[in-house]
Design a protein around this ligand. Structure first.
Ligand SMILES: [Zn+2]
Length: 108
């Protein structure tokens, strides 16, 4: 496919941004495992910001890791509760107490 120089520049920006997001999420995950939720949250927020800045499609399940109310990065069993019941997934943010439910079937 032929691309003009603007499209090429965008493709390059996007791939750099995607790489950064991947790295940040990996680092966030690592910090979450060692128990440093504050640092994990900071990395995750950075990843989210880069994604918004470049309007990149985020990895699958990415939005599930953020509280919709307080936007905290959610780490299962640490600051969030994930439960399934009656074909629904419910998750609770233990920072602000917000609960979100979604049917499991609708999501691939
Ligand atoms: Zn919250």
């Amino acid at each position: 496919m032929r691309r003009n120089r603007f499209e090429r520049a965008k493709a390059k920006r996007d791939s750099v941004a995607k790489e950064r997001i991947g790295m940040l999420l990996e680092m966030a995950e690592k910090q979450a495992l060692t128990g440093d939720l504050e640092l994990a949250d900071r990395y995750a927020q950075l990843a989210r910001k880069i994604g918004m800045r470049y309007q990149i499609q985020m990895p699958k399940g990415f939005n599930l890791r953020f509280c919709r109310k307080c936007l905290h990065y959610l780490v299962p069993a640490k600051n969030a509760r994930f439960r399934t019941s009656a074909g629904k997934l419910s998750r609770q943010c233990l920072v602000c107490g917000g609960v979100y439910r979604m049917p499991l079937k609708a999501r691939r």
